[in-house]
Write a protein that binds this ligand. Sequence first.
Ligand code: 9MR
Length: 353
Amino acid sequence: MGERRSVLAVLTLVLATAVSGAAPAVAATGQGDTSSLRAAARGSGVRIGTAVDMSTLADDAPYRAAVAREFDTVTAENEMKWQVVEPERGRYDWAAADRLVDFARANGQAVRGHTLVWHNQNPSWLTEDAFTPAELRRILRDHIHTEVRHFKGRIWHWDVVNEAINEDGTLRDSIWLRALGPGYIADAFRWAHEADPKAKLYLNDYNNEGVNAKSDAYYALVKRLRAEGVPVHGYGMQGHLAVQYGFPDTVAENVRRFDVLGVQTAFTEVDVRMILPADPVKVQAQAQGFSSLLQACLLARHCVSYTLWGFTDRYSWVPGWFDGEGSATPFDEELRPKPAYQALRNTFLLGRR
Ligand code: 9MR
């Protein structure tokens, strides 16, 4: 682990060469296999992943080849969410999610399961029917048991509870909090653990990368849950950044305090968007944004995973959600790597242990 720290002095230099387009020093020395992110990440202790959209994976052969070549974990962008897997009460549809898990197995990839409890992308039968608290509790338990059991042994990490805390550190209003109270979080982790004792179970959120009111609340929550013996194993930081806002400068500090608490950490949905059109300064800033999160991960003992929320601008949720913004991933629409790709690859190469 000390080695991880010892290489960081040169990270900034390599990043500077990567974004300026000059040949990175590490590649010139011929150190290791640099042919893909996946190869570069080998030995770093951090797995590199991407979110995958299943219809895209089926229809686009170059995209499919890139997922297999560049990544060693995959996350279903939508296909494991409640709305998709249990569209009617008690009727489960695993087809798309199973295809992803099979693809991952065929390519030697681990799977991050996303997500079991969320306020979003729930089926209308769940949100529109007025269930009693006791019924809702049973529904949640059945859903978690059924989904986690279905994938038992095939999921590396589960994002058990997603986006449960507001920016000010209070618990987010949701059908779960209203009906079940704050205890729904501990229950969800216990139920997931019953169904697959080997899967690592995560809390996951956005704007929780640096030290702030939201991550402080997560820190307190994780500490309390662990003291109570609740099987919480990981803290996920989505990492949706934007060059126009700059990047949080306390990420390493934040990751480290969770490390000390004894839980794993992961960057789970990284992208770095910009106001279009792109220009060289934005592209350079973007590379720095991607690398800064990876550096924070490599600096921590238990940061085990870094996932892109889509790896190509050909398919990215960003333009559909942020008017006038885009170009948020390390590959352009033609699947050509950008400076962000080189920066990630070089940072990984330095982080090898
Ligand atoms: O990328 C996902 C997009 O296709 C969906 O329409 C959207 C619906 O809410 O969810 C997106 O993924 C989200 C993820 O599940 C949780 N964190 C935020 C992501 C981006 O909105």
